[in-house]
Design a protein around this ligand. Structure first.
Ligand code: GDP
Ligand code: MN
Length: 377
């Protein structure tokens, strides 16, 4: 579970890490809570808010109202802003980066730090990876002074205060079963180190150990992070069809999650880009197939539709009928490539022939055909 910034900061504060004073607003009507100069921060569960205009510094009270309203009217990376954190403005001398996380490749805790924190950290990591230092921590020994010395040097920080801060992060990490605690920027200010932004991810698999906490964090977030959904996502809601939008142009439907994953891999392998993941959740009837096609073609980016089916429990006569029914009524009809095999495949195939579809037996061949057709368009 990813916490919103205000939740993450509250957790940092509870563990003794300094954060700026702030108030949370859930509507522009609460703007009398704001003091100036202020930093207004849209509470959306995505990074890069600064660059997206979702972090605004307001110096004068007379500019506050317009800016608060502007933020509440905004949508940031698909998330309409439903809460704004107003914090007292802090003068920054330097922006550092500090994170504690599990390095999954090495199965070890990892401290990451950089003297070049702030909104360009991804850029720094890409262009000058040596400027982001990474130190593994022995899980049996825990954090040791020798882990901290290179950090102190890289960040030009004061040893004792950096140690206190990293120790608090590590304590939080373990107590709350986090998988990531990231502070960026960690600001060097006249009053010492202050966490100006924080990202905390809690391990969902450990939710049972923190039942109350998860419940209250989720309740708090409800309504704050409603992403604007696409027409396809709206159509899929409540149908039992699993639909995940992706950013390519090959629409795909599978009759099971495993086939679906395999099909995605194959699309990629043959040089295509999937527009979505979709599986029918074991609902093997003609109506679900027809509905699935409507869902996928609700996405205007789809150029070719690839339907990959394995008839076990799923009956191919039903699937063929669903595709047939869609095409009989369809107003949108991009090229459709179908792979059918197994239970009652003959009946399904015959039905598809009536609407001009020559179905494949072989999944690889079908995927290659779909990718080729996209390229021909
Ligand atoms: P992100 O872009 O989503 O990571 O949002 P951040 O909360 O990190 O804010 C982006 C940038 O806004 C920071 O790197 C700071 O440069 C700036 N910023 C945020 N809070 C303050 C503040 O209290 N004072 C000042 N001077 N700048 C701030
Ligand atoms: Mn940040």
């Amino acid at each position: 579970m990813r916490l919103l910034e205000f939740q993450a900061k509250r957790m940092l504060q509870e563990h003794g890490i300094p954060v700026p004073k702030g108030v949370l607003m859930t509507s522009p009507g609460e703007m009398n809570k704001v003091t100036y100069p202020s930093v207004l921060k849209a509470q959306v569960p995505v990074g890069g808010r600064g660059k997206a205009g979702a972090i605004q510094i307001v110096r004068r009270e007379e500019d506050g109202a317009a800016m608060v309203k502007k933020l509440f009217d905004a949508t940031v990376k698909g998330y309409p802003v439903q809460a704004v954190l107003a914090e007292e403005w802090v003068e920054i001398r330097k922006e550092l980066y500090l994170a504690y996380l599990i390095d999954k490749e090495n199965n070890l805790p990892l401290v990451m730090a950089s003297a070049e924190g702030g909104v360009e950290i991804e850029e720094v990591a890409r262009k000058n990876p040596e400027r982001v230092i990474q130190k593994h921590i022995d899980p049996f020994l825990g954090l040791q002074d020798f882990n901290l010395r290179p950090l102190t040097k890289a960040l030009k920080a004061e040893f004792q205060s950096l140690r206190a801060l990293v120790e608090a992060m590590v304590r939080l990490f373990h107590e709350q079963d986090a998988t990531l605690v990231e502070i960026n920027p960690l600001a060097v200010t006249a009053k010492g180190l202050v966490a100006l932004d924080a990202k905390i991810v809690l391990d969902d698999k450990a939710a049972y150990r923190h039942e109350e906490l998860f419940k209250s964090l989720q309740a708090e977030q409800r309504g704050f992070d409603k992403r604007v959904r696409s027409p396809s996502e709206e159509l899929a809601e409540g149908t039992g069809i699993t639909y995940v939008p992706l950013d390519g142009d090959v629409g795909m439907i599978a009759d099971g999650a495993g086939t679906g994953m395999l099909t995605l891999d194959l699309i990629h392998q043959y040089g295509g880009k999937a527009a979505n993941f979709c599986e029918m959740g074991g609902l093997s009837n003609a109506e679900t197939m027809e509905k699935s096609i409507q869902v996928i073609l609700g996405n205007p980016r789809v150029k070719v539709l690839l339907i990959g089916l394995i008839g076990g429990m799923t009956r191919m006569d039903e699937m063929g009928e669903g595709i047939y029914q869609y095409l009989k009524k369809a107003d949108r009809r991009p090229p459709i490539v179908v792979r059918i095999c197994g239970t009652k495949a003959d009946v399904g195939k015959a039905r598809l022939k009536e609407v001009g579809i020559e179905a494949y037996e072989d999944l690889s061949a079908a995927v290659q055909d779909a990718v080729r057709r996209v390229k021909e368009l």
